[in-house]
Design a protein around this ligand. Structure first.
Ligand code: DC
Length: 237
């Protein structure tokens, strides 16, 4: 069995805007693995429930789980995409309304179990990089490599602002984004904890390329130690 066909799991966890998904994607490309973002599934369940309507303060756990039945996972070009009602909805998943309500949904235990099951199904298909908050603790405690990705809140807010605004933020914009991120960190704190055996990577002073290279090096080391056969396409997708 080649490495890409194996159940090799790399788990990347960390707080909001620590660059988990883009890093996980780049690491997956470098190794010829697939990537699956658990946050996208929480977002998709939230988007599906928002489409049903009603004030989120009144959402029952059952109604969210019921709406989540319209969420499906699609393997596309090395990444598992979360679709809602039969089509991709990336802008909606990243939008303000979903972001404002997703922490509420992520605290629902039955929704967490639903996401965890979907993530484990993705990992059955072959070697994978998964990212989120509790991939290395609750979902894949036996992952071959666990990364805890952190960066100072101001640096995360700066990166997120550039992504959202397409330019350098003003001092006020940066302060607002830092406040929002810190509030999200507090809302998600319960499920955002590093595994005891996670390698901590602080990206505050690292470029995206440096952080990807560091994780790919760690992964290659683990792959070598696991004795897995190298995949035919690793490094070239
Ligand atoms: O990483 P993100 O911003 O896309 O995550 C969206 C929400 O889902 C956020 O509130 C944290 C939550 N989440 C979680 O509780 N557990 C995960 N494994 C992934 C995300």
């Amino acid at each position: 069995m080649s490495l890409t066909e194996s159940r090799f799991v790399i788990a990347i966890d960390g707080p909001a805007a620590s660059g988990k998904s883009s890093t996980a994607r780049a690491v997956a490309v470098a190794l010829g693995f697939r990537q699956a973002d658990s946050g996208a599934l929480y977002r998709a369940a939230t988007a599906a429930r928002l489409r049903v309507g009603g004030d989120s303060a009144d959402w029952s756990e059952e109604s969210v789980l019921d709406a989540a039945r319209s969420v499906t996972v699609h393997p596309a070009d090395g990444v598992f995409e979360a679709w809602v009602d039969g089509s991709a909805a990336d802008a909606e998943l990243r939008g303000e309304e979903v972001t404002a309500n997703v922490s509420l949904v992520a605290r629902m235990q039955s929704v967490r179990e639903w996401v965890n099951e979907k993530m484990r199904e993705c990992a059955q298909i072959g070697a994978i990089v998964v990212d989120g908050r509790d991939m290395g603790t609750a979902v894949f405690p036996d992952a071959a490599l666990k990364i805890w990705l952190v960066a100072d809140p101001e640096v995360r807010a700066h990166r997120r602002s550039i992504e959202l605004l397409g330019r350098i933020p003003s001092d006020d914009e940066l302060a607002r984004e830092t406040g929002e991120l810190t509030a999200r960190d507090a809302r998600d704190a319960r499920q955002t904890q590093p595994a005891d055996d996670a390698v901590h990577v602080d990206t505050t002073r690292l470029s995206p390329a440096e952080q990807v290279a560091r994780i790919v090096d760690l992964a290659r080391d683990r792959i070598q130690r696991s004795g897995s056969a190298p995949s035919p396409d690793a490094g070239g997708r």
